[in-house]
Design a protein. Sequence first.
Length: 157
Amino acid sequence: MSAFPNNPASIDLDRYTVSRTISIQAPVEKVWAAITEAKHLAKWFPHRAELPEAAVGARGVFSWDDYGDVPVAIVEFAPMTTVAYRWGNEGGAPADLDSGATTVFRFTLGAIDGGTTLTVVESGFDALGDPTARMEDNRGGWTSELDELVAYLEGSA
């Protein structure tokens, strides 16, 4: 259990976003590796991650045993500060990244005394079918997935 209190993810119905800010007892460099390197991503987020490089334009796949393959692309990259991924949020082949059926989730990091703050904001739900239901699904997902990140980085996973 983290020494930092972390609230669950929340939904902004007016902006069609899901967001969550957490604090992690780990340095920025360690958190950065966990959100940008496939070998670390697969320890807390997807069951498998294929991401050949960490740079704008890089494409890969995140896979979950119970959900399948989800295409991803890095759309923003500022080392140790921000990384944003576009993902095919309604299933399908990697070509889905070029359609309107995607959302973008952006991680932003900041150093704090004793660790790192990480904020995720996922946007673009208004381009999906049934955006309210999708936001609710992803709200629960970001709550549980980021709890797994905290456990992984703080050594209690």
